[in-house]
Design a protein around this ligand. Sequence first.
Ligand code: TYM
Length: 334
Amino acid sequence: MRVLSGIQPTGNLHLGNYLGAIRNWVAMQDSMSGDSRCFFFLADMHSITVHETREQRLANVRDMTAALVACGIDPDRSVLFNQARVPAHAELCWLLCGTARIGWLNRMTQFKDKAGKNREGASVGLYVYPVLQAADVLLYQATHVPVGEDQKQHLELTRDVATKFNTDFGVELFTLPDPIIPKETARIMSLRDGSAKMSKSDPSDMSRINLTDDNDMIAQKVRKAKTDPEPLPSDAAGLAGRPEAINLVGIYATMIGSTPDAVCAQFAGQGFGAFKPALADLLIEKLAPIRQRYTALRADYGALDAILASGAEKASAAAEPTLRGAYEAMGLMR
Ligand code: TYM
């Protein structure tokens, strides 16, 4: 079993990233035994598809590293690094550009969403983004990739690229990875719109809970979250057709390690006037310790850089045999 996943270091880590992916990373790390290691990385090479200044990008990588460590990623047990320090990602991406098909990339919903109406004006990087993601995963022979629902299509493309490369060159070089998507938290939705996912790129900061938000901000965002006037039903089936209510109940259930049915039973007949303060208190209680660790860690950029440099050394060594195999399979001399 080889676990790998990545996150773009753009903006803040939010509750969607945390519940949809990072909590699962930590659980998988903690279940590893013996010499097995998980690989987690900051997808800074992917972040070139978003315009940022040099200073912002440098700060974002370090801040996101602090956030991951604050959430429980242990750089002594997992390999934690930033992609730009491991050139094998960019190299394999280029080799896989010979394998990935334009028709496959044209079907990627994330590209369509991010490019919007102005496709001609989107960067080539945004279009090729899924090929770099395939390289990230295939370089390490990852078997399990813990992600949120929105990354499922990219993982399917990764499997297609791996299969075609292996077939075209008559090798068994790449392992086909399986996405690991937690059922309850696969898609945490925006606090302002139950039909849109919680996202770093939403222009409204009120749509998401950032792991850096202080207690007052968390309480305010929960208070202002969009809901409906109905009371909570006695079981989760009664939430049908109420996307905002489903989202808030789901967040509450996940945070206490329970189920939406149990949460509905607990609050049955009560309105959001009672439920929202309980949710805000719960989020504050669970997120405050992470925020405190984060604040302490980001005070020492030197220590964070050392973690990333050491992780990159281990990652480069782990990636090398696969990269060499890809060059050899294609008849390219290095
Ligand atoms: P990114 O940075 O957008 O998100 C990081 C992780 O958080 C999950 N996520 C969510 N889960 C549930 N509900 C939400 N509202 C929500 N928002 C985000 C994402 O699914 C993801 O798991 N392309 C990737 C980064 C990447 C990667 C990789 C991931 C690059 N290479 C290789 C896995 C393997 C991305 O932009 O994630």
